[in-house]
Design a protein around this ligand. Structure first.
Ligand code: SF4
Length: 215
């Protein structure tokens, strides 16, 4: 019998972050989160969501006719059925990405899944929640992103990148918190420090300002 999982929404849109920016993706936004970031842009996903079977979820993803799937949240790994969902997506030959806040154990995640770890910075109110093993276990195709609100966040992100040699192992993106830091200012810091990380501009927020769900 197919296991059940709680979903906030499923939709097709343009990927706005990471090295996959610009590609059409099927987004599977799972329900529930263990953190409370100050500027959470998907608060609705922290609720209970809709209880569906993984079979039903797979059918809904298939109707979107997209070979790339991002499983996000909320925090997907608060649900025990998520590793099985990820495995099913890989078995069905979707290019499968998982976006996680890095606070949960990644050891049950299928090796075929590309992991995007969102490291929380001080202004989010959730710094220090990223697991050391989540950063140490990242493979070549995985990615790390930092969402940066101010200079303190920037210094914190630089320190984490250096401590784990992240930009020597995986793609690293620094993105400004929309409306809190001028993207040009962040770009200036990266240039001044000659830092080899990518500047991310959260393309979905430029395309559809003010909308966070079902884009
Ligand atoms: S981890 Fe994501 S979903 Fe959870 S509170 Fe932070 S921004 Fe919101």
């Amino acid at each position: 019998m197919s296991r059940r999982i709680k979903v906030n929404e499923i939709y097709c849109s343009i990927q706005g972050e990471t090295t996959w920016t610009g590609w059409r993706f099927a987004f599977v936004r799972l329900a529930g989160c263990n953190l409370r970031c100050r500027w959470c842009d998907t608060p609705a996903a922290r609720g209970d969501g809709q209880d569906v079977t993984i079979d039903d979820l797979m059918d809904r993803v298939a109707t979107l006719r997209c070979g790339r799937v991002l499983v996000t949240g909320g925090e997907p790994l608060v649900q025990q059925a998520t590793p099985e969902l990820l495995r099913r997506l890989c078995d069905a030959e979707y290019r499968t990405l998982l976006e996680t806040n890095g606070s949960r154990d990644l050891s049950d995640v299928d090796a075929r899944v590309i992991k995007i770890v969102d490291v929380k910075c001080p202004a989010s109110g959730q710094a220090g929640t990223t697991r050391r093993d989540a950063l140490e276990a990242l493979g070549r195709d995985d990615e790390v992103k930092f969402v940066i609100a101010d200079g303190e966040d920037y210094a914190y992100a630089c320190d984490v990148v250096g401590r784990y040699a992240l930009n020597e192992r995986v793609a690293v993106t620094f993105s400004p918190v929309f409306g809190e830091v001028d993207p040009a200012e962040l770009a200036g810091w990266l240039l001044a420090d000659r830092l080899d990380v990518r500047l991310g501009l959260q393309v979905h927020k430029i395309l559809w300002p003010g909308r966070s769900e079902g884009i």
